[in-house]
Each structure stands twice: as structure tokens, then as C-alpha cells.
Design a protein around this ligand. Sequence first.
Ligand code: NAD
Length: 456
Amino acid sequence: MEYYKLIEEQRRFFEGGKTRSIAFRKEQLQKLRDLLTENEKELAQAIYRDLRKSEMEAVSGEILPLISEIDFHLKKLDGWAKPKSVRQNLLSLPSKNEVRRVPFGVTLIIGAWNYPVNLLLMPLIGAISGGNCSVLKPSEIAPTTSAVLRKIMNSTFDRQYITVVEGGVEVNKELLDLPFDKIFFTGSSRVGKIVMEKAAKKLIPVTLELGGKSPAVVHKDADIKTAARRIAWGKYMNAGQICIAPDFVLVHDEVKAEFVTQVKKAVKKFYGKNPQTSDDYGRIINQQHFQRIEKLLIGVNLLHGGDLEASENYVAPTVIDGVDWEHPVMKEEIFGPIMPIMTYGDHKPPSQLLRAIPTPLALYIFAENEKFIDQTIENTPHGGTCVNDVIMQIINPNLPFGGAGSSGMGQYHGKYSFECFTRPHAIMRRRIWPDPSFRYPPFGKKLFLLKKLFLR
Ligand code: NAD
């Protein structure tokens, strides 16, 4: 009931028309920017409490990308929001035609815990740019960050425009029963299905940013040392709890040994001999996930790491092999610092092996041969690609970010965020004159003439 009243208030505010103004939207974006710079320290500390994420990772991975996205929107919003004239066609002669991007109305944004600030506020930037009101639900699994977000957001924005509500699964379920105009969800494919099912009952459009097992393919002609360093960086950052982290490596069998040697070297260089004492190495979010990851190590061959410390949810940067595609570690998204090494040979292209797994969010390919790269991209279903690097594809706001199939639907970032939170609205303007009788009954031979005109 409480939430029902809240969205009624937001709907009234939206219908008041204030959010239609581009100047208003820009003002709100600026407010959000100021809030981030003023509260950077408090947010980074909260993220550290929840995830033991270093200040460098918290600021560079969560807060700075938000500021840069806001700046991009402030610069581009006028152009994106401008109605676009489109040509008339033969049948619509004479008419004036335009497409306007219009907001959905009251939106629900549900975040995940691994980037608890970024994943909640990045979609919000699109919602503001698009002219919507928003209810935000941060993840209860990062409770300190959730509480800080509620405090600073709710003291900055009017409740009837943007508000943060805290809570767990029960609150989410309650929210998903309400008549929002758009739902933006970030989380697992499992919960994504629940969200879509609930939304379908009310025909609410959804954007689903989900997960999956993103592979890193390493071909025999790749620069192995750089590939290993970059993959290790992307795999062990935030202790592997990144939706677009390389989940596993699929390396050409001729270069496997060299690749593993280089990954081990990179890990030592990044985190020292004992990553447990490194300030730059994170922890698993909670006991439940720690135990889930611990189980994934049953029956594997350890090539590196494997140390666990339950009292602090520590899982060392780990490299494994000796598993087949049916092993549990290859059946679910790992979301932790375990790097399985799978191989392929000259007889079977990697895409043939990768087509058997559910569609991942990202595909990473380390190779020099352009034909190999293109064929792997084309023949492997996935959300987005990065060649000769990992994770970097999300830092360019000119590129859409989103999954495909089981890794989600819909895109955001930059202009795609604006489009994600607006719909194209068609407007045709006609005059009263001329009004030829051709389209009105009686039809007589008109169909014959119509076909002559169109099937020339
Ligand atoms: P999750 O799906 O468990 O939870 C996400 C949200 O859903 C939380 O707010 C939670 O309260 C809610 N929720 C959980 N169970 C629910 C239920 N039964 N009914 C309704 N709501 C429910 O995901 P998570 O553990 O927070 O995040 C990890 C997953 O998210 C991974 O799969 C990861 O790949 C994915 N992810 C995707 C992206 C992306 O941008 N595509 C980003 C980060 C994480």
C-alpha cells in the first residue's frame, strides 16, 4: 500500500509535465553529479564495507563512470531529445511526419550488489534524461551502500520525482506487483525471468541486464603475455564478481602452457605472494556466495591459488583445469575468482564449442588473424565483444551495453540509455484538403488500381 501510494504520487508529478522540460532534466543530472562528487568518500567507504573494494576500484569502477556518463548526457541531450522530421511516402502524401522520443512515466530500477552504486545510478541517468520519474531499489546484499544511497539520494531529490526504497526479496516482489510504466532490472537470469513474468501480467516493458558465462578465447597467434595480463586483471578485479568478467578461458591447446605461466606471473605482480594481505584484492560478498564458490572447486585440478578463508570470505585468485563442460564450474556463472582453462584445437573452431553454452553477456577474443576474429564474433551468440582486451567495451558511451538471449534484453549507456527510457512516438500531420475519394467505399476496381500502383 505504501509503495502504491508512492507511485501514485510519482504519476501525479509526471503528469504535471515538469519532467518534459529539457532544462529541468539537465538540472537534475547536475544535481546527481554534485551528489556524487560531494559524497565520493562516503560511497567508497560503504562499498569497502560491503565488498572490501579498494578506493581505486570503487571510484574508478563505480563513481567516475557515472560522472562521465552524466557529462555525456548533459552535452548530447538537446540533440537526442529534438523531434526528428522524417520523409513522407507516396501513400501519406501530403503530410508532415516526425518522431519524438517520449518518456515512459514512472519507472522502477532494481540494482545488483556487485557494483551497488553504478548499477543503480547508471540507468537512472537515462531515466532522468528521458524525462521519467523513478523508484530505485538497491540490492540488500550490499547493505551499507544501500543505506548510504537512500540517505543521500532521498535528501537530494523530491520523493515524488526520484526515491530510493530499501529492502530485500519481499520488497522487490511488492514493487513488481505495481503498475510501473517501465522496469529496468540488473541481476541474475533466474530473477530476470521472475521480473519478466510479473511485468508481462501488466504488459510493462522491461530491460533486463543479466549475467552469464562470458568466455575469453585465446588464439595461438595472440600476444600471450598481454592476453594473460588483461584476462587476469578482468577476472580477479572485485574478486571476479563482475557481470562482464571473463568467466573462463578457451585457449588454443598449443599455447595453453605459456598462457597459464603468464597468468600466474601476472597474479603475483598484481597482488604479491599472498593476495590475502593485498589492499587491492577484494572479498566474496557473503557466506552464501563463498560456500557456492567453494563447492565449484570440488573435483578440479588446481593450477594456481585455491586458498580459502571462510572467516573473511576470502577466495584466492585461482586457475584450474581438468574439468569438462559438464562440471558444475562450467555449468553456472562463476561470479568469483576462479579461472577454468578449457582448450580447443585446429580441428574445431571455438565458436562450435561456445554455441553449446547459454548466450553470454560478453565475448573476448585475443588473436591477430582478422578472419578468425570475425568468424568467432559472427558464429558465437553473445551480447557485446571486445577484441584483445576485456571489460573495456563498457567505457565508451558510444557503444551499447546489454546482453542477448539468456544474458538479457535491451541496451543502455550513452544515447542507448536515453533510448532505453523513452519510446519513439510517431506524429503525422495532414491537412483537410485534398481528400480524394479513392480510399472510401464503394471500392469497385480500386484494388486493381492499387495493385498496379504498388506492384510495379
Ligand atoms: P539477483 O538476481 O540475485 O538479485 C538482483 C535483485 O533481485 C536484488 O535487488 C534482489 O533483491 C532481487 N531478487 C532476488 N530474488 C528475487 C525474487 N525471487 N523475486 C524478486 N526479486 C528478487 O542478482 P545479484 O546476486 O544481485 O547479482 C548477480 C547477478 O547479476 C549475476 O548473474 C550477474 O552476472 C548479474 N549482473 C548483471 C549485470 C549487467 O549489467 N548485465 C551487472 C551486474 C550483475
